[in-house]
Design a protein around this ligand. Sequence first.
Ligand code: MG
Length: 165
Amino acid sequence: MISDVRTGIGWDSHRLVDDRPERPLILGGVTIDSPLALDGHSDADVLTHAVIDALLGAAGLGDIGEHFPDTDERWKGADSIALLAHVVGLVADAGWRITAVDSTVVLERPKLSPYKAAMAARLAATLGIDVERVNVKATTAERMGAVGRGEGAVGQAVATIVRPA
Ligand code: MG
């Protein structure tokens, strides 16, 4: 059977602020031990936001700002994993099956390597796919630019989806 295979990319950035204990730092749905947190209308989970945009892009369903506008009080402080779950439903309703998600989060500190497996597991559970199909990579900006100065974080993702042609 011929399948229609599509890919989408997602990119997001949020500023780091000293807002604890009001805002924890959340990446890929996992709370990271950090004195700083990401600022935004929702929980500002840049990694999950990038995954959402990758899925919406692959399915031709627009972008995260169209679905969850930051002018809408409903999404204030929103759990981004819940937003991802909603988008997974939209993608499934359009007949698509998610086959793989790859992602990178760029953050100067703290080191994210202890959290990568937990982030992949949380994303995979929300995507409804095996964790072996979800990859989370973490890197720094080598002290270059705004992210390198510790002013914020960036998330990037690629999603692959298929449906019968
Ligand atoms: Mg965002």
